[in-house]
Design a protein around this ligand. Structure first.
Ligand SMILES: Cc1cc2nc3c(=O)[nH]c(=O)nc-3n(C[C@H](O)[C@H](O)[C@H](O)COP(=O)(O)O)c2cc1C
Ligand SMILES: O=C(O)C(=O)c1ccccc1
Length: 392
């Protein structure tokens, strides 16, 4: 009795380890599988904390260094004030939220950002996330750093899908990933240009970088047709690397992680079919501007030659409106999708995406625009630090 009073409930309730059971269950990631009543995407952060291991929560929610860029992604949204149109005669049934990017029709102008290591959050990993995206009809961008294989993920979703490449130093490994992605039916390749590896929030490092010991980078698992070392990433990328991806796959290439107008010309000359403005959710280098702040500068440099995608800080329907009005063709959503995965598994992911779509729908009606195409900079008044950045 004495021992029991001093032990935590968790210790008492911990199951006896079963030698025959897969090691995965000992990490205690979520096994949730339920639709969610999503009040808002940010409101899911607390339930997410309760649903997943501490390590998963810190890894997903954290960012680099002082996390200034993480906060700035949200603060800078406030610099973009929405200037509503009235008496435009738009009704709910006329409202068109669909977009077409690189030949891919999407039911709404956002998709699931590539994120690695979903088994830190949910036992099923990316297979559940992709299934949930498919249930909502949303495009799923599969991370090169997934725990499950790109083939398992491709089979799990009924929706459109892109593959995000972490370019390997070993060209044979990179080419093998590209061939597999093409064979599995991915319709575009996202080349991430702004990352050195997994995010390393200070708190995650202080915990000793507790990645689950049984975690694998599925795409590199030799038992599942993979090869090479995930961590052997090529960091010295140049625009020439875009051509190789195109030659190898014949698929459109999106370059992700662009924050600077001067980078646009060489990337388009190199053959990029789209540009993704992103600061990786503040997870790679701190101190860079909010993604929304630089979006207008990049859009101006692109000048309509290729589509522009934006991510980092999208949480609300009004954020989607802000980005589209400033010239993005669509946006990607990161962490909130992971909240849905942790709290509700595949149906939770569906709930998150549908909640954002519902919010966007009513926000669009109140903005006065009839379609995504109708949104333009006249709907926005740029203020504060972001306005100063547009002058330079
Ligand atoms: C847990 C986690 C893992 C990520 N892994 C990847 C990745 O493997 N490849 C990649 O290009 N971006 C990765 N990202 C960055 C996202 O694609 C996206 O840029 C970012 O999450 C957007 O910011 P948001 O979370 O504020 O929406 C990751 C982000 C998170 C939160
Ligand atoms: O953490 C990240 O931002 C990221 O890109 C990543 C890379 C490898 C594994 C997991 C996440």
């Amino acid at each position: 009795a004495l021992a029991q009073t001093s032990a935590s409930t968790e210790e008492i309730a911990a199951p006896v380890p079963d030698a025959a059971a897969p090691v995965t269950s000992s990490y205690g990631a979520s096994t949730a599988n339920t639709e969610l009543n999503v009040i808002s995407l940010p409101a899911l952060k607390e339930p997410f904390k309760e649903a997943v291991p501490e390590a998963g929560y810190v890894f997903v929610t954290g960012a680099k260094g002082d996390e200034w860029t993480l906060r700035e992604n949200r603060r800078a949204m406030e610099d973009f004030r929405i200037v509503t149109h009235r008496l435009t005669g738009v009704s709910a049934d006329q409202l068109d939220l669909s977009v077409e990017i690189l030949g891919q029709r999407m039911p709404f102008p956002f998709f699931v950002a590539p994120m690695g290591a979903h088994q830190m959050t949910h036992e099923e990993g990316e297979v559940a996330t992709a299934r949930g995206a498919g249930m909502a009809g949303a495009l799923y961008c599969s991370s090169g750093a997934s725990n499950r294989t790109l083939e398992e993920i491709a089979q799990a979703t009924t929706g459109p899908k892109w593959f995000q490449l972490y370019f390997n130093q070993d060209e044979a490994v990179t080419k093998s990933l590209l061939r597999r992605a093409k064979d599995a039916g991915y319709s575009a390749i996202v080349l991430t240009a702004d990352a050195l590896g997994p995010g390393t929030p200070d708190r995650f490092r202080a915990m000793g970088m507790p990645f689950r010991s049984d975690m694998s980078f599925g795409n590199h698992d030799p038992a599942k047709g993979g090869s090479g070392d995930f961590f052997a990433q090529k960091v010295d990328l140049t625009p020439d690397d875009i051509r190789m991806i195109k030659d190898e796959t014949g698929l459109p290439v999106i370059v992700k992680g662009i924050l600077r107008a001067e980078d646009v010309d060489p990337i388009i000359s190199g053959g990029a079919d789209a540009i993704q403005v992103s600061n990786h959710g503040g997870r790679q280098i701190d101190g860079v501007p909010g993604a929304i702040s630089v979006l207008p500068l990049v859009v101006r440099a692109v000048d309509g030659r290729v589509p522009v995608i934006m991510d980092s800080g999208i949480r609300r329907g009004i954020d989607v409106i802000r980005a589209l009005a400033m010239g993005a063709d669509c946006v990607a959503v990161g962490r909130p999708v992971m909240y849905g995965l942790g709290v509700g598994g595949a149906p939770g992911v569906k709930s998150v995406l549908e909640a954002l779509a519902a919010e966007l729908r009513s926000d669009m009606l109140l903005t006065g625009a009839r379609s995504v195409a109708e949104l333009d900079p006249s709907y926005i008044s740029v203020t504060g630090p972001s306005a100063e950045m547009q002058e330079g």
